[in-house]
Design a protein around this ligand. Structure first.
Ligand code: HEC
Ligand code: HEC
Length: 309
């Protein structure tokens, strides 16, 4: 066993122990207790799927990749899921981005330094961006609509197992997610470079070349036309997490999240509404181009024009 695998095993065992202790008191109404969330078929899909049918193709053609982007961000908020089955404290265990990353690269991308906790899942291993490019739409659909993963809070424990979205999303919403993965999602390398060292979850990451080849002056023109009205001239109008993040902070520190939200928006932030946060409205998707994002990313490196919190 390689040393890093060994260390990871130690970590995994420690995590399981932690979840056992943390959730042993959580008995659902159907009597199931954590930690052993049953495994879905996720991870084994793609080899057994059948060919794409005409019905699959037309469902895919009718699907909306921008809706899919918002589903990828927060499926529960997108469908206004109820809090009894999906309590706010555990919604991260249902967000595609929590396990797969805003960059779709899983634990080898921006999540490399994201330590799992009682309220944050273990990151997935695979490169979902590459996987979606090399699998057909039926295979992707089946992988999302798998059976057996976590459904509701009362049924299985909170861990890194992919939820059973077949019980959460409609088929049409799953097709939206498929379209997002297959053709809407960005190749983040076109927006910045990420260099990493070490291994998940204790690795480190550094962004460089944020806004690759962008033009900051052109970015400001777009910003003033499309964003300023809501976010203010200097990006401080909406304190995005209600706990101290201005757009300037995000342009510099979260380019992986900006490349997603600046163009596709985000669903209403239920957790923020419930915590009394004033900035929790949905952000509509924006009619801007990838180049507009790069331009604004360059613009946003200016700490005087776009201050941090
Ligand atoms: C709690 C963590 C978690 C969440 C949330 C999650 N996934 Fe996954 N996903 C996984 C894991 C684990 C795998 C198995 C492969 C791996 O370990 O990298 C996987 C696999 C996949 C695969 C198939 C890859 C294969 O090898 O079969 C697709 C497609 C996928 N996820 C899409 C999504 C989408 C879309 C969402 C949100 C609607 C989502 N995932 C949410 C953890 C998660
Ligand atoms: C109609 C108003 C509106 C417009 C126009 C708008 N936004 Fe937003 N934006 C919001 C709101 C409201 C939020 C906070 C959403 C939340 O936290 O629930 C937000 C949040 C964001 C976030 C981060 C969200 C988070 O909580 O992480 C980014 C990044 C962002 N906007 C970028 C942009 C950019 C870039 C533009 C211009 C292309 C833009 N927005 C245009 C209203 C708007």
């Amino acid at each position: 066993m390689k040393k890093k695998n060994f260390l990871f095993s130690v970590f995994a065992i420690a995590s399981i122990a932690f979840y056992t202790i943390a959730f042993s008191g959580c008995k659902g109404k159907d009597g199931e207790i954590g930690p052993a969330g049953t495994n879905g078929t996720n991870g084994t899909n793609g080899t057994d799927a059948n060919a794409v049918t005409a019905a699959d193709q037309s469902a895919y053609d009718a699907a909306n990749g921008v809706n899919g982007a918002q589903i990828y961000d927060h499926p529960l908020n997108y469908i206004s899921a109820n809090q009894t089955d999906y309590p706010n404290a555990y919604t991260n265990f249902y967000r595609c981005k929590s396990c797969h990353g805003w960059d779709l690269l899983g634990r080898n991308g921006v999540l490399i330094n994201k330590t799992p906790t009682a309220t944050y899942p273990v990151a997935a291993e695979l490169n979902l961006y590459a996987w979606a490019k090399t699998h057909n739409i039926r295979q992707i659909f089946d992988a999302i609509k798998n059976t057996g993963g976590r459904t509701k809070s009362t049924q299985t424990s909170y861990n890194g197992t992919m939820p059973d979205y077949g019980t959460i999303l409609s088929d049409a919403q799953i097709w939206d997610a498929v379209k997002f993965l297959k053709e809407t999602a960005h190749n983040v390398n076109e927006f910045y470079d990420l260099s990493t060292s070490g291994v998940y979850p204790t690795g480190t990451k550094t962004f460089s070349e944020i806004g690759k080849g962008g033009d900051g002056a052109a970015g400001l023109v777009t910003y003033n036309a499309k964003c300023k009205g809501c976010h203010g001239a200097d990006g401080t109008q909406i304190n995005v997490y209600c706990n101290g993040i201005y757009l300037g902070d995000m342009f510099r520190g979260d380019p992986h999240e900006i490349q997603h939200k600046a163009i596709w928006g985000m669903p209403t932030d239920r957790e923020h509404i419930d915590s009394g946060c004033a900035d929790a409205d949905a952000m509509p998707s924006q009619s801007i181009t990838d180049q507009d994002i790069r331009n604004m990313m360059v613009m946003g490196q200016d700490t005087v024009a776009f201050p941090g919190f």
